[in-house]
Design a binder for this molecule. Structure first.
Ligand code: GLC
Length: 497
């Protein structure tokens, strides 16, 4: 056999194996149906009283947010908002003008690596860092308010985008960290108290943390503030915001649930809310934890390895680990390493140890790299070659790159298809599409994946049409990018506190 023959055979074997990998990542109509109905059941279980739907179990947490109304854009006032949800901390002041518009000043800081990565870091170290950054911001932009604040407290809404067991609008204990944080001593503590104590210690006791919220709730509220129930000028149809969601480093969503259905709230609390004329409450689903029991979710070898070997919270947030930006690159890395092990890719490296260090490093492959490969139509996949060289120091042949692109597209398509499941499920459970004749709905979304990943939104729509919503349902869903949830949204939470 000639040298060329050997290569041609290897190329063929690779393509065949990639066919199999792509198949493993495919989600068809019947799987979408099964997932959607299981999602509806999981929502119901999560709303049950503690025990059955208890947040620390494997169930989807379904956390009552204690926010009971949607803003309509006429709200006014000046509020502070703080946001911890990923590797950045943001503190801002938001002035709501009452006409859907606002002005904002902000300070963004990246969380020091030692707080994220080192063992033995304490809550005190994290929250005192947040309080010190808050002090820097206020001294720079609002020194005047700090003085006035002695008589009128400065209300702060705290967006904390991790699962918390919320006890009221201004109190919640951390259930578990997600997205790479791992400060064990925070689990079980009230994050509002931790932050307030450090603010007080910084001499900022005029700042009062009055509301704790999740980024999805903030996204929903900010979308409502910006758009209200919008009426199409052409058709006169009303489209109503019904879901707030994030597809970024993590994924999650919230929606309005009837208080009568939120059985996990005590009878007393529900009665009190009813007396106040409240009918609905926003539920933070924490859908990243949908089907932690793996009853219906698709499972590949790569998903198992990532969860068990490389993630800080094995057994939890398994839905998120198949969807979000933090994991898409890691899935690809695991597939590539496996195909190398099978001697189908990167055959110039004889052993695993010889592979470029970055390809052996968990979470080194960023989803941004996948977004370039996804749409690479350059000759011989030059763009992909450059990306893989730059990000992983990994040389590739044109055929390898072609096959890598197929794998990337299978991973992103599965992610987008799974993302359609909670949207379809919530719309069905709440009957949102049938509330008005010809009524339409808006989904306020934020996050790098939904905003920037090429084709993500249109693949999500394809899946909505294939889901039990069908093409007629899909046509009534408007996917909108909603910005500034953690600023405007948190300010709106502080306002209702
Ligand atoms: C993770 C968090 C959740 C957050 C989501 C998006 O899933 O657990 O609280 O909303 O990421 O940032």
């Amino acid at each position: 056999m000639t040298f060329e023959d050997v290569h041609a055979r290897r190329d063929q074997a690779l393509s065949k194996r990639v066919d199999e990998v792509c198949k493993e990542f495919t989600i068809d109509k019947s799987k979408l149906e099964e997932l959607t109905y299981h999602f509806i059941d999981s929502m119901k279980i999560g709303l049950e009283p503690q025990g059955k739907g208890h947040a620390t179990s494997k169930n989807m947490p379904m956390i009552p947010s204690f926010v009971t109304a949607k803003p309509n854009g006429t709200e006014t006032g000046l509020f502070l908002a703080a946001d911890l949800g990923g590797t950045n901390f943001r503190i801002c002041s938001v002035e709501l003008h009452g006409d859907h518009s606002f002005t904002m000043q902000q300070l963004k800081s990246s969380i020091p690596e030692e707080l994220l990565e080192e063992e033995g870091v304490t809550s005190h170290e994290l929250f005192s860092y947040l309080a010190r950054r808050t002090a820097v911001f206020l001294k720079k932009h609002h020194d005047d308010l700090l003085k006035d604040g002695e008589s009128t407290p400065l209300k702060l809404g705290f967006t904390f985008s991790f699962p918390v067991e919320q006890k009221g609008l201004d109190s919640g204990t951390l259930i578990r960290w997600t997205k790479g944080f791992n400060i064990q001593d925070t689990v079980g503590k009230d994050v509002v108290q931790l932050y307030q104590k450090e603010l007080d210690d910084q001499g900022l006791s005029s700042v009062k943390v009055v509301a704790l919220t999740n980024d999805t709730v903030g996204t929903f509220l900010s979308h409502c503030y910006n758009s209200g129930d919008s009426v199409s000028s052409l058709s006169g149809e009303i489209s109503e915001p019904v879901i707030g969601c994030i597809f970024g480093t993590g994924t999650n969503g919230c929606y309005l649930e009837k208080i009568d259905n939120i059985k996990k709230l005590s009878e007393e609390v529900r009665d009190k809310l009813r007396e106040e004329g409240k009918t609905h409450m926003i539920i933070n689903t924490e859908w990243g934890s949908f089907d932690n029991e793996l009853k219906v979710l698709p499972v590949t070898k790569y998903d198992i390895d990532i969860d068990q070997k490389y993630s800080p919270n094995p057994g939890y947030h398994l839905f998120e680990k198949r969807i979000s930006g933090m994991f898409m690159g890691e899935i690809l890395r695991n597939v590539l390493v496996q195909l190398h092990k099978e001697r189908l890719l990167f055959c110039q490296y004889k052993t695993y140890e010889q592979l470029p260090h970055r390809l052996r490093t968990p979470f080194e492959l960023n989803s941004e790299v996948l977004s370039h490969i996804e749409i690479d139509d350059s000759t011989d996949f030059r763009e992909t070659e450059l990306c893989l060289n730059q990000s992983l120091r990994l040389p590739t042949t044109p055929h390898e790159r072609q096959e890598i692109q197929r794998i990337v597209r299978a991973i992103s398509r599965r992610s987008a298809f799974l993302s359609a499941v909670p949207i379809a499920a919530i719309l069905i459970k709440t009957g949102a599409l049938h509330k008005r004749f010809h009524g339409e709905v808006e989904i306020g979304c934020d996050g790098s994946v939904v905003e920037y990943y090429p084709g993500f939104r249109s693949m999500l729509r394809d899946a909505l049409a294939l889901s039990p919503l069908g093409p007629e349902g899909e046509r009534k869903v408007h996917i909108k990018i909603a910005k500034d949830g953690s600023g405007v949204g948190a300010a709106l939470c502080a306002l209702v506190a």
